[in-house]
Design a protein around this ligand. Structure first.
Ligand code: CP
Length: 348
């Protein structure tokens, strides 16, 4: 198993074919209390605080809000493409008054071979007070935090985790199933089944949700073909089940989270897409027949006509664009928390 700190540069080989990523680095990570590397870093109290603060910040007068992190410096360091995460983190930081700068692997000295560590140290020397990192290697956020000791926000590391996506997914689920709830506990989602369908193997979104939702009492059903959901997933946890039939998964679900097939991580794997669609595409017919009141989620980007039909994506049960909107609120709370002097949020 590759230790997380072995991914020493941008071209390090991503850890592949592991349903279970390397274990979260032991203490003393995170060094910086403002970091968010994994959903496992967060107690339910911290999750409650982030959710409440997201709502406070969303409702705040923008002229008051943009003084909270006035002129603080936040760097976005992106080694992989992103639309939702990058834009919402940037809008979130700017909404709080912070100055942001984007370093993308395609237009920076990363192309010349500069390592993640040296890029991070350079950003720190330039005055960055927090770094938001998306990287193709699992564990890269831990490496960056170790090197810089700055607050690092994991915006997706390889096939490992995407903690802010899980938080915004949770906010979306609570809005639909537990409206008005103020704090989350181990019973908040008792009786709720969330099916995660599709390319579980390569999905950091699935992993962060699998780590978070059962802690609130939800049952998670993983659904997909063997190529994208290995048998060993059956051992993922007591509140996590594997179901090969989409119809059977839908019948149990109050929430259905569809996933894109991550073509960029298939690495030669042969997948019969027509067969996949026949068995796993979320169609209006399947939804109406098996889960007519379930909330449909998708982290995006969606591929219309593959994992779900356009009718489902645009339909009344879809909360996909709500998820996108919730991303800004959640990321405001997380960026504020990163730069708060006590590391617990509530303002710098
Ligand atoms: N959900 C998500 O991470 O989307 P992006 O890749 O567009 O950021």
């Amino acid at each position: 198993m590759t230790p997380v700190w072995d991914c020493m540069n941008a071209s390090a080989t991503p850890v592949r074919r592991q349903l279970h990523p390397p274990p979260v680095a032991p203490s003393p990570f995170p060094y910086n209390p403002g970091s968010l590397l994994s959903v496992q870093d967060l107690t339910l109290e911290a999750v409650s605080h982030i959710l409440a603060r997201a709502t406070d910040l969303e409702n705040m007068d923008p002229l008051v809000r943009d003084r909270i992190l006035l002129k603080r410096r936040v760097a976005l360091l992106f080694y992989e493409s992103s639309t939702r995460t990058r834009t919402s983190f940037e809008l979130a930081a700017k909404s709080l008054g912070a100055d942001t700068t984007l370093v993308s692997s395609l237009s920076s000295s990363i192309e010349k071979g500069e390592t993640l560590k040296d890029t991070g140290l350079t950003l720190r020397a330039l005055g960055a007070e927090a770094i938001i990192l998306r990287h193709n290697s699992s564990g890269a956020a831990w490496l960056l935090e170790e090197a810089t000791r700055l607050p690092v926000l994991n915006a997706g590391d390889g096939m490992h985790e995407h903690p802010t996506q899980a938080l915004l997914d949770l906010r979306t689920i609570l809005t639909h199933l537990r409206p008005g709830i103020k704090t989350v506990t181990a019973e908040t989602l008792a009786g709720v089944t969330v099916s995660i369908v599709g390319d579980i193997l390569h999905s950091r979104v699935a992993r962060s949700n699998m780590l978070l939702l059962p802690r609130l009492g939800a049952r998670v059903v993983l659904c997909g073909p063997k190529e994208l959901l290995p048998e060993l997933a059956a051992n993922a946890g007591p509140d996590i089940a594997v179901e090969r039939s989409l119809e059977a998964a839908l019948r149990q679900s109050q929430v259905v989270m569809m996933l894109r097939i991550q073509a960029e991580r298939l690495a030669g794997m042969q997948l019969d897409l027509e067969q996949y669609k026949a068995n796993y595409q979320l169609t209006g017919q399947r939804l109406a027949a098996q889960a007519s009141s379930a909330v449909v989620l998708h982290p995006g980007p969606i591929i219309r006509g593959l994992e779900l039909t356009a009718g489902v994506a645009d339909g009344a049960q879809s909360a996909i664009l709500e998820q996108v909107r919730n991303g800004v609120a959640i990321r405001m709370a997380v960026v504020e928390r990163a730069l708060a002097t006590d590391g617990k949020g509530g303002g710098a």
